[in-house]
Design a protein around this ligand. Structure first.
Ligand code: AMP
Length: 378
């Protein structure tokens, strides 16, 4: 039997805010939660879980203790060593499975999966040497972008190749590693689709949302995206193709570029709930963490319908005046349609995701106007 009902125990690999929000959903419904993290004790998810295990992902004894306590395992971030994923899958159900996490944790594998599955994405080449980079840039044209194959996120490990970029200099940080060179996409906007796929292969997507980034980190999500129906259809179809191709179980996000010609290209896959899906907590019948819980427990998915237009704003450590000095939250807390979410991180630093808030409106414009008003006070 692969259906887990309360009070079964959910094991979560990773202890960040995504694990915290899943833990909240799970505990609300009477599940137990055990967190396995390589972060120090008191991590965002560990604060709310029944048990927190703090150890390296290659610590076999600690992993054994974790596995002995849990009924089903999921991951709240993808950069987990493959040996750990294999060890988990050898004894417990891991949802999503190793294949989905292994493929999407590495840009080269992810890109090759997209190409092999015929899923639209920016043209790319895999390179290992300067000579290969020179060939790739000659073929793809400038501008293009070099991205590290392993463990890159939020624009880390990326270098843009412009008309005047010296390739030997640009290659230096990537020397000795695999990299993906990607054609530059002059996108008109960036969108994402978050959705869930159940054990029996049913899928429920939230709508298409528009994401605005600042310094490569998500800044604001507008839900729903104000784009043509043809764009929405392409985006949802791409999400479904990725979920089917990976045999996915759980909540997954796909980030995409929308071009001026009306094409939608996959940029990145996240095998977990996603920052651009946080608005679902306050604006949808079933949120992305509830869907994750339902899917990994082998249950039917909930209704993803969005009941209010919403704008979600990230709160990075940059708005803290000192690492332990919180801003005055009253403009958000006093607003009748704003919802503040803080992740319990003890210390702020620039660019660190500390929390977010979502503002609901009768219309997206109204929600946006409220955000403008709130933002003026930060
Ligand atoms: P990534 O870490 O791949 O999601 O990239 C971070 C951000 O860099 C994206 O959200 C885009 O704003 C930008 N970016 C990445 N790749 C490209 C590309 N091929 N063309 C244009 N912009 C890109």
């Amino acid at each position: 039997m692969s259906i887990f009902l309360p009070p079964s125990t959910i094991g979560i690999l990773g202890g960040g805010q995504l694990g915290r929000m899943l833990t909240l959903e799970a505990r609300r419904r009477g599940y137990r939660v055990v967190i396995f993290t390589d972060e120090p004790p008191g991590c965002p998810a560990g604060q709310l879980a029944d048990v927190e295990i703090n150890a390296a992902y290659d610590d076999a004894e600690a992993l054994g203790r974790f596995l002995a306590q849990v009924d089903v395992v999921t991951a709240e971030f993808e950069n987990i060593p493959d040996a750990c994923l294999q060890a988990v899958e050898a004894v417990k159900l891991l949802r999503p499975g190793r294949k989905a996490i292994f493929t999407t944790q590495h840009r080269e594998r992810e890109k090759l999966f997209l190409r092999e599955s015929g899923i639209a994405c920016a043209e790319f080449r895999i390179v290992e040497t300067l000579a290969q980079l020179e060939k790739a840039v000659a073929e793809l044209g400038r501008p293009c972008v070099i991205k590290t194959a392993a463990f890159g996120y939020d624009g880390k490990g990326q270098a843009k190749v412009n008309a005047d970029t010296d390739l030997a200099t640009a290659w230096q940080p990537f020397e000795g590693h695999h990299a993906v060179v990607e054609q530059w996409v002059p996108f008109v906007c960036e969108v994402s689709v978050v959705g869930a796929r159940s054990v029996d292969g049913r899928m429920a997507t939230f709508g298409v949302v528009e994401n605005q980034h600042a310094h490569h980190i998500l800044d604001v999500t507008f839900a729903p995206a104000q784009v043509d129906p043809a764009i929405i259809e392409q985006a949802l179809t791409l999400w479904e193709a990725v979920a089917e191709g990976l045999g996915y179980v759980g909540t997954m996000a796909v980030e995409m570029f929308v071009t001026a010609e009306g094409r939608v290209l996959v940029n990145e896959i996240a095998p977990r709930p996603h920052n651009s899906g946080h608005y679902t907590i306050d604006a949808c019948v079933t949120n992305q963490f509830q869907q994750q819980l339902r899917a990994i427990c082998g249950l039917s998915l909930g209704d993803p319908t969005q009941h209010s237009p919403a704008v979600m704003v990230n709160l990075l450590g940059d708005v803290w005046s000192a690492p332990e000095v919180h801003p005055d939250w009253s403009p958000i807390l006093n607003h009748p349609r704003a919802k503040l979410h803080l992740y319990g991180k003890a210390s702020a630093r620039p660019k660190r995701k500390m929390g977010h808030y979502t503002v609901l409106g009768e219309t997206l414009e109204e929600a946006q106007a409220s955000v403008t008003q709130i933002r003026a006070s930060f």
